[in-house]
Design a binder for this molecule. Structure first.
Ligand code: UDP
Length: 259
């Protein structure tokens, strides 16, 4: 029987997909794994889940290997192979995050887009959603399982598949800028911007495929600096921080850069 909404209805459950790039797993400017860095992010995840939010996490792998890192060796290691190696790097990060979350008492599961039953469940959409409904963090590793795309695209695809209400891209910069703020002192930060403008201005928030997926299903993206404590929880609670990418009609102030 359909239920009607009343003023006493609880707010709808939020289902968020958090994209963690490989750099979240290591120290700034370095590669490999840094356990203290992983603990910092896991502590934030713990607080998010404790607030009742359903959370799936897509891990990047750039701290270990990106397929394009081996572009100079195409005669020896084929590009497709290099990308599979990049996907395996995301599984290493996923395993590290899984154990870290569990060490903090957070129930979690690791699902991989490449089958490897010994270390991870296969990604099965319905099972993933079931885990989320039970309050488990689901870590999604191995990207899409196909070479030549990034984990940003995987994050957008999985957001669509699991009906995420928000995609958070956690980075080390505090949002989207009109140009690289490290190179251009006049670069300005957008507090909000449309998918279309991100694509038109080629802003490099996420790759174009990822933006298109979010645009087609109207999934807002928040780009934020996860290193500022509490930013992930605050963004989920609706606070305006970082940069929000959404449809033009959702924007309140147009596409003006924020100061
Ligand atoms: N990758 C891939 N298919 C996918 C996702 C990732 O081939 O669906 C490979 C690709 O080579 C990529 C690497 O895995 O460079 C690591 O992912 P990504 O570069 O997105 O990691 P991040 O930049 O987020 O650390």
């Amino acid at each position: 029987m359909p239920t009607s909404l009343s003023s006493t209805s609880k707010p709808p459950i939020q289902r968020v997909l958090l994209k963690l790039s490989g750099e979240s797993f290591c120290q700034s400017g370095q590669s490999g794994l840094s356990v203290p860095e992983i603990v910092l992010i896991a502590e934030q995840i713990k607080r998010v889940v404790a607030s009742g939010v359903q959370l799936a996490v897509v891990c990047g792998g750039g701290n270990i290997l990106r397929g394009r890192d081996l572009d100079g060796f195409k005669q020896t290691i084929l590009p497709a192979t290099a990308h599979y190696m990049g996907m395996l790097a995301t599984v290493i990060n996923g395993l590290a995050l899984l154990d870290t979350l569990e060490s903090l008492g957070v129930p979690a599961r690791l699902q991989s887009a490449i089958r490897m039953e010994g270390v991870a469940e296969p990604f099965i959409r319905r099972r993933c959603i079931r885990h989320l409904e039970k309050g488990r963090v689901v870590i999604l590793a191995a990207g899409t399982g196909s070479p030549f795309v990034t984990t940003d695209t995987a994050a957008a695809l999985r957001s669509r598949e699991i009906d995420a209400t928000l995609l958070i891209k956690a980075t080390r910069v505090d949002g989207v800028y009109s140009s690289d703020p490290l190179k251009n002192p006049h670069a300005v930060k957008y507090s909000e911007i449309s998918y279309q403008d991100v694509l038109r201005q080629n802003l490099g928030v996420m790759d174009a495929q990822a933006i298109h997926h979010c645009m087609e299903q109207n999934i807002p993206i928040v780009v934020l600096n996860y290193q500022k404590s509490g930013t992930i929880e605050r963004a989920i609670a609706g606070e305006r921080l970082g940069t929000r990418v959404s449809t033009v009609s959702e924007l309140n102030t147009g596409n003006q850069p924020a100061s």
